[in-house]
Design a protein around this ligand. Structure first.
Ligand code: SF4
Ligand code: SF4
Length: 351
């Protein structure tokens, strides 16, 4: 497939150089049949990995507002603006209290994933189990895959693409602000303030003084402001976008193209088998494979799934099974292939 099939269509006018970059299908992270929701009692049922608050840039907020098909998304934005939390001229971002909840969750997350911890983190743009802003979703919502078919090569590609889109979103949102007569110095200062949650008091309530100052002439006209940002963005041409992105544009683009080649080249074999020459040592906490001077150390849970590599099971099915227990063995697959502890079963049969 090509990136044009993955990147939201409104971006096509400016991401011209990205559209024909070829990538493999991500067959493990099949979001319609989410790996986190395989079990009936999974705490991620109906949530998937949308326990995340996106940072929706101003022009994307405007895109949602003007889109007749995204009425729910527009209602959610109206509601957030009414509460004035996380709402700034840069866009709609996670607020202080959400960020604290998320940080606490990230610190204590282990194998115990519990629904009561996940529910308070559900994305505000999710309604009736659906994303209400899909066509205007932000960088991470475009590029996140819980596991890649090419292991670290896929992860690196998606991270780089994510960074490219995120930087573009930030630069375009600032460009829109300038067009709407914010001064360059104010934009830099306000950006720091918004990211420090200065528009909120420590208990999460609104700091009205800061909010009024940052919105200035646009105060109480936030919806109109976001719509104008979208109009400015729609008039943005490819060459102008490259100028906005700055001198690193070609460097980032070339790096992305190189990473896409690695991504394509390193797709996991369809079926793999544990090398019969490898020996095994099982300890209390770990399981170690030895082959020549190479070793591979696994924890017992990962070994439970690793044993399924018998040349019959599909590689992606085994990783999917592990993910359904909130465990990824992708790194082990990759390491084991490099050390010949896992072998491509199809090549063995042909030989
Ligand atoms: S990226 Fe993974 S966890 Fe998220 S929806 Fe897709 S399959 Fe589910
Ligand atoms: S914006 Fe959509 S895809 Fe992104 S986290 Fe929210 S519901 Fe999920």
């Amino acid at each position: 497939m090509y990136l044009k099939d993955k990147i939201p269509s409104h971006f096509h006018q400016i991401f011209v150089d990205l559209l024909e970059i070829e990538i493999p299908y991500e067959k493990i992270a099949t979001c319609k049949e989410c790996t986190l929701c395989v079990h009936e009692k999974s705490p991620y049922q109906k949530i998937k990995c949308c326990n995340y608050y996106p940072r929706v840039a101003n022009f994307l907020v405007g895109g949602i507002i003007q889109d007749e098909n995204l009425k729910f998304g527009k209602e959610i934005i109206e509601n957030l603006i009414e509460k004035k939390i996380g709402v700034s001229p840069f866009g709609i971002f996670p607020d202080l209290l959400y960020t604290k909840r998320k940080n606490a969750f990230t610190e204590r997350i282990s194998i115990n994933h519990v629904k009561k911890d996940i529910i308070p983190l559900i994305c505000p743009f999710m309604k009736n189990e659906m994303c209400t802003v899909w066509d205007y979703r932000e960088n991470l919502c475009v590029t996140y895959f819980c596991s890649s078919i090419s292991g670290k090569f896929g992860v690196q590609f998606w991270e780089e693409l994510n960074s490219f889109i995120r930087i573009s979103e930030i630069k375009i949102s600032k460009y829109c602000m300038k067009k709407l007569r914010y001064k360059e110095d104010d934009i830099s200062l306000f950006y720091k303030e918004v990211n420090n949650f200065d528009l909120q008091n420590k208990n999460g309530t609104l700091n009205k003084k800061k909010y009024n100052k940052i919105w200035n002439n646009w105060l109480l006209k936030e919806m109109e402001y976001y719509s104008k940002c979208y109009e400015i963005y729609k008039d943005l041409e490819y060459n102008e976008f490259k100028k906005i992105f700055g001198k690193d544009y070609l460097v980032v683009l070339n790096s992305l193209k190189l990473k896409s080649k690695e991504f394509l080249k390193n797709v996991f074999p369809e079926k793999v088998i544990i090398n019969s020459k490898a020996t095994l040592k099982i300890d209390k906490n770990t399981v170690t494979f030895f082959l020549g001077s190479s070793q591979l150390v696994l924890d017992h849970s990962s070994y439970f799934f690793f044993k399924l590599f018998n040349g019959i099971n599909n590689t992606i099915d085994v990783e999917k099974k592990a993910l359904s227990f909130f465990l990824s063995i992708n790194n082990y697959i990759e390491d084991a292939l490099n050390k010949n502890i896992l072998l491509n079963a199809n090549t063995l049969i042909t030989e």
